[in-house]
Write a protein that binds this ligand. Structure first.
Ligand code: NAP
Length: 527
């Protein structure tokens, strides 16, 4: 049941007097529930509970933590149709997408449960003593990863489940041993509260401390700002716009005690069309890209917003087919009038730039809050000189840049901002003749794709979802997959510490049977 209240630990509270509702973008009407924005007092209570909970939660055994994560997955599934219907009414997204995203969310929670059950993720490293070493005796030193403390998570508008309340950031933080305070996304506050109720139920059923989780409503930036400034908050996870992520990053670094902000932000995901592949597979590529650009109404951070090729008949034909194909696709609903407002405004701004021409724009009647897919093109030189054209237009939009030569292509790639992904479309033998183009792309992105589309982010250990700024605020980390846990921990060393006082992960007898690096050798053996 949705109450519109805030979860301050296990308690539902509505002390604040600012209220708001979510909107059904398909029907363009407000949904029924009223949400109470968290008050300053409620924010302080949530952080104070999280700090207390941390003292217990960080010591919870790996099996109990896994039980908690699996219980969250079970409770989310138990919400069944109420969750799916609320998701659809707050996003305008179809049932298949809602169920698919729920599956991804459940999968992520269970993946982290398996990770903590195995236990080796703490990267235990042991260098035993050699007290006879000359001229200086070598001390016994043992290192492992330990949790940072309370983490604040900001979810994204476009992933109400997988990158929001119990999404990847939250699952990874719990797995690390960090309590989580979610700043609920105002566009899907009902979905957020339902998922929050599943987390609270799971926490109570598995005996987790009160305050291990809180969910705070807000319809503006104030709650988030107060949370990031709070001295007891130790890290921030953010998925959203560059403007929002950068504002929070700056705020966190100006605190008396700066804290890390792991922000996954916008990207235009350049796709490089090499000439031979464009010639031999242009038609199929154009059809595939028409679908990728419009997938989810273009509301994916991995949407291919920029396609770059070398001038010629093959590229002309690709642009022509892409333009014809994209307008055959039925326009779909965007998440919120604000999102479509931004799309229209950013697109209009791009279209005003000198040298940009529209090759396709859906021009039939469309339903309210639906977006007109658009393809544009520009000369390489113009693109290079005008960085306004390098900015993300969140929605079903793509710009095809026509370069004079491979040199110009490489220069353009080198002048792009950091990106989540880069894609090379090439014949196998062609790729090796464009080594410097590929290397230039590698310098700018977090993931490089060969002959595919950037949309679709597999959740697996080898995935890197991040990239050089402004794709993320720290390119050394991923927001997707098990290694995302590393954002919420710090390495910690014990020197000459008595064996029985060490955590189990570092004890001589290796009671958890985890894999450890002992005197330079990876082993599950005891010492
Ligand atoms: P958004 O407008 O940045 O909002 C995200 C959250 O941050 C909201 O809860 C928002 O609160 C809060 N926020 C924004 N600016 C803030 C500020 N200055 N101070 C404090 N809080 C602030 O982003 P969105 O509309 O949800 O998502 C669209 C964007 O996300 C696109 O650019 C897309 O590319 C990006 N995205 C990136 C990824 C990725 O993994 N890299 C994934 C999905 C989406 P309020 O709404 O209450 O103001």
């Amino acid at each position: 049941m949705i109450t519109g209240k805030n979860y301050i630990g296990n308690q539902l509270l509505s002390e604040g007097n600012k209220t708001y509702k979510t909107l059904n973008p398909k029907l363009n009407i407000e949904n029924e529930h009223t949400f109470f924005e968290a008050s300053e007092e409620e924010i302080n209570m949530a952080v104070s509970l999280a700090s207390k909970a941390f003292e217990t939660f960080k010591k919870v055994s790996r099996f109990k933590k896994a039980e908690f994560l699996n219980a969250i997955a079970d409770e989310i599934l138990a919400l069944d149709t109420i969750l799916i219907n609320t998701y659809m009414s707050e996003t305008g997204l179809p049932e298949g997408r809602a169920k698919g995203e729920r599956g991804r969310t459940i999968g992520q929670l269970r993946m982290f449960a398996d990770l903590v059950t195995n236990g080796s993720w703490v990267e235990a490293t042991i260098d035993t003593a050699d007290l006879d070493r000359k001229p200086i005796p070598k001390q016994d030193i043992r290192k492992m990863l330990i949790p940072l403390g309370p983490v604040v998570v900001f979810g994204a508008s476009n992933f109400p489940l997988a990158y929001s309340t119990a999404g990847g950031d939250t699952a990874a933080a719990f797995a690390a041993g960090c309590p989580v305070i979610v700043k609920s996304h105002p566009m899907h506050a009902g979905t957020g509260e339902l998922v929050a109720s599943a987390i609270i139920k799971a926490a109570q059923k598995t005996g987790m401390p009160n305050g291990v989780f809180s969910n705070l409503n807000s319809s503006g930036i104030e709650v988030g700002v107060q949370l990031v400034k709070h001295p007891n908050v130790k890290a921030v996870g953010f998925t959203g716009s560059i403007r929002g992520g950068r504002a929070l990053f700056d705020l966190a670094s100006q605190r008396p005690e700066p804290i890390p902000v792991f922000a996954e932000m916008g990207s235009i995901n350049p796709v490089i069309l090499l000439p031979k592949a464009t010639k031999s597979r242009g038609e199929n590529l154009a059809k595939t890209y028409a679908k990728s650009i419009t997938l989810g109404t273009g509301q994916f951070c991995t949407n291919p917003g920029l396609i770059i090729g070398i001038k010629g008949e093959a590229l002309d034909s690709f642009i022509q087919i892409l333009s014809n194909e994209i307008i055959k696709i039925e326009p779909s609903c965007m998440l919120h009038p604000n999102i479509i407002g931004n799309y229209e405004r950013n697109k209009a701004n791009a279209l005003q730039q000198d040298g940009l021409s529209v090759t396709a724009e859906y021009d039939q009647d469309i339903a309210i809050n639906h977006a007109r897919q658009t393809i544009t093109t520009v000369e390489g030189k113009t693109f290079l000189e005008n960085t306004t054209l390098h900015q993300e237009i969140f929605g079903p939009f793509s710009l095809v840049v026509q370069c004079e030569s491979a040199e110009e292509l490489e220069t353009i790639i080198s002048n792009l901002e950091g990106q989540l992904t880069g894609t090379i479309i090439a014949e196998n033998e062609e790729a090796s003749t464009y080594n410097s183009v590929i290397e230039a792309l590698q310098n700018r992105v977090g993931r490089i794709i060969f002959n595919g589309v950037p949309t679709g982010v597999e959740v697996c250990p080898a995935m890197l979802h991040g990239g050089p700024y402004p794709a993320s605020t720290d390119s050394r980390f991923t927001a997707v997959g098990i290694h995302s846990i590393k954002r919420w921990v710090r390495p910690f060393s014990y020197q000459s510490w008595p064996n029985d006082l060490l955590p189990d992960e570092l004890k001589n007898e290796n009671p958890l049977h985890i894999s450890r690096l002992v005197n330079g050798i990876q082993t599950n053996e005891s010492i």
